[in-house]
Write a protein that binds this ligand. Sequence first.
Ligand code: IPM
Ligand code: MG
Length: 356
Amino acid sequence: MKKNIAVLKGDGIGPEIVDQAILVLDTVGKKFGHEFTYSYVDIGGCSIDKYGVPITDEGMAICKASDSVLLGAVGGPKWDNVDPSIRPEKALLAVRKELGLFANLRPTKLFPQLADASPLKENIVGNGIDLMIVRELTGGIYFGARRTTIENGEKTATDEMTYSEHEIERIGRVAFESARKRGKKIASVDKANVLDSSRLWRAVMHKLSEEYPYVEYSDILVDNTAMQLVKNPGQFDVIVTENMFGDILSDEASMLTGSIGMMPSASLSSGTLGMYEPIHGSAPDIAGMDIANPIGTIMSVAMMLRFSFDMMEEADAIENAVNKALDDGYRTADIWKDRFKKVGCKEMGAIIASDL
Ligand code: IPM
Ligand code: MG
């Protein structure tokens, strides 16, 4: 198969981790007889520096015309004070919106090899953590009306959170389908004791759950979810939630597994076009030092093969190679403990590629 991938390396550690993911993709391509070609697009701060905008129209067009998009990370202190309308993050939100990437899948899995990297005690993570956060990605407060007004010398700022039934139903379907293929259990997270948008969310999810009688359904409030994630993470299979709750809970969940550097994500549209990226940020403090963990990005590429290209065997091969590297004791600094072999970003990428 031939596939063209739009590559958005972005800022900070973005370029380093994406380079390792591309090495892995090229190795998979050689092994399984696929041809991957890459179209590079600037995104975030590096694009602001070159073009004055966080992504150009041409860049966006390349993403739209590609078979899928691979992203590193955007942002950094250098661009913290630019006008809000051109912040690096704006480009990320624009790509999500323009490509219709409404479903964000964030699998959170504790690699057994890393059980002692988790900040949680053995009696809590001992049974393993394997959950899938399904986050709505193109609605809610991220995309609602926003304004800052001034009256009598005092400023007032407003961000609206809006959801319509069709937006809730389509993300609900993705989550139920995911639960059907996994542990057949779904927790729908909301704040229905306070928010109207959450009450609608809950009503739509209840209706949908009638179509999936074999999936065990429950409602859970977002504050309680935050607590349950650290108290008993093993109780969760699929978690489905709106955009901002999902943003917050997925960072929390990733930490249970020891390092946010391990966690991949897929942002899917109703077709096969998707965007794949690690869930961590651009980590400007360690950029260019060759110590970042490329595994989240490499695992994202495995998700790309599985979800956009229907290459199941190839995706399994990448995940097995990551497992082997961990089994063999290789660790980047974020997951390293004294008895293991500390490797840099490039070396980790090379080891995983050679295990393929
Ligand atoms: C994420 C990130 C983004 C988000 C930022 C960079 C805009 O935190 O993908 O979780 O909030 O969605
Ligand atoms: Mg986030």
